[in-house]
Design a binder for this molecule. Structure first.
Ligand code: IMP
Ligand code: MG
Length: 332
């Protein structure tokens, strides 16, 4: 803080929603900017209720936080309106006028185009919507009647807030290994997912960022096609309690043990200054609900220390349960 970027380290689904919701409540965020699009579902558990957010920033849980959707985002109008209703944030959310729109036709193209076959996309139409934007034929938020009450200039709001010393968080989506540039091409999403790209999508220059917080899950998962080093058979994943299904699409997530080489690469390319590790309690069940680092088992502490040793950045937040506040906070 004051300006922090949150990024995923692996293939998305690291638990960015949980981390963002924790920071919103704990640090009393002034502004949270969501980037990316509907392909990402950020899960937030709040007072026993689960939200899988495709558009609304995960910081909605703190009722004073201003919620913005950046100029680089692709806005799904129906999903946006549905989530604004479900989270009751109508009076504090806005979209950049020049964010582009993702439409039903993009979803159909996503599911039927020969060149996308076999990639295992989410089917929301991300690639085709981005192609349309590059062709300079996309609809923008300012062209949509239902979005008129929500329009703003996100970069202006955010830069003014940063200059005023307010607490701003840029909420990245997916993970570095799904980046169009740095990931496992062609098994990637349609955009760069690194911290620099998140800043660009929000309209914040690199000199304005104080911290890049990278989110690791204690093990790795991947949905869709493409390489996953150390991949476990589904039966083994179930046995270990690592088997998950996707929050957005309901598909099976493939899983693998934590990979230090990929973690190091993700830290370097994102310029990460701080790390968080989610679902430590899934890897080490005896750590469920632990509130301090000292409460962790010997093996769990060793694992965290090994991440710090290899990546050379501190692990500041550790997830020990699903709720927003199930976190060990090691920040000063
Ligand atoms: P697309 O982003 O829908 O084009 O999908 C391209 C690849 O990225 C596929 O392997 C998807 O499963 C994956 N992907 C996209 N968004 C997410 C996400 O939020 N979490 C996990 N995987 C994702
Ligand atoms: Mg997700």
């Amino acid at each position: 803080m004051p300006c922090t970027v949150i990024v995923g380290a692996f293939w998305g689904d690291e638990g960015k929603g949980k981390i963002v919701s924790y920071l919103a409540l704990k640090d009393k965020l002034d502004i949270c900017v969501r980037t990316g699009s509907v392909n990402a579902a950020h899960t937030v558990w709040m007072e026993g209720k689960r939200y899988a957010l495709h558009m609304v920033p995960a910081a909605f849980v703190y009722e004073k936080c201003r919620l913005l959707i950046g100029v680089g985002a692709n806005v799904h109008v129906a999903k946006f309106l549905e989530e604004v209703e479900a989270t009751n944030v109508k009076n504090r959310i806005a979209i950049d006028s020049q964010a582009s729109i993702i439409e039903e036709k993009h979803s159909i193209q996503d599911k039927t185009s020969a060149h996308l076959k076999g990639l295992g996309t989410t089917g929301w139409g991300i690639g085709p919507a981005i192609e349309e934007r590059v062709r300079r034929t996309a609809k923008l938020a300012k062209d949509i009647p239902e979005l008129q009450p929500y329009l703003t200039e996100v970069s202006k709001e955010v830069n003014e807030a940063i200059d005023a010393g307010e607490k701003v968080l840029l909420e990245g989506t997916q993970g570095l290994m799904l980046s169009l540039f740095h990931g496992t091409y062609p098994y990637v999403t349609g955009r760069d997912t690194s911290a620099s790209a998140i800043c660009s999508e929000a309209g914040v220059g690199p000199t304005k960022v104080d911290d890049v917080m990278i989110v690791f899950k204690a093990f790795m998962t991947r949905v869709g096609a493409g390489p996953l080093p150390g991949e476990l058979a589904k039966e083994e994943a179930i046995k270990r309690g690592w088997f998950e299904t996707a929050a957005g699409t309901g598909r099976d997530r493939r899983s693998a043990p934590f990979n230090f080489e990929l973690a190091k690469k993700a830290v370097v390319i994102n310029g990460a200054t701080q790390a968080t590790v989610t679902k430590l309690d899934v890897l080490y069940p005896e750590c469920k609900g632990a509130g301090t680092f000292e409460d962790l088992s010997k093996d769990a502490k060793q694992f965290i220390k090994e991440i710090e040793r290899q990546t050379k950045i501190p692990v500041v937040l550790i997830g020990t349960g699903p709720e927003a506040l199930d976190i060990i906070d090691r920040r000063k």
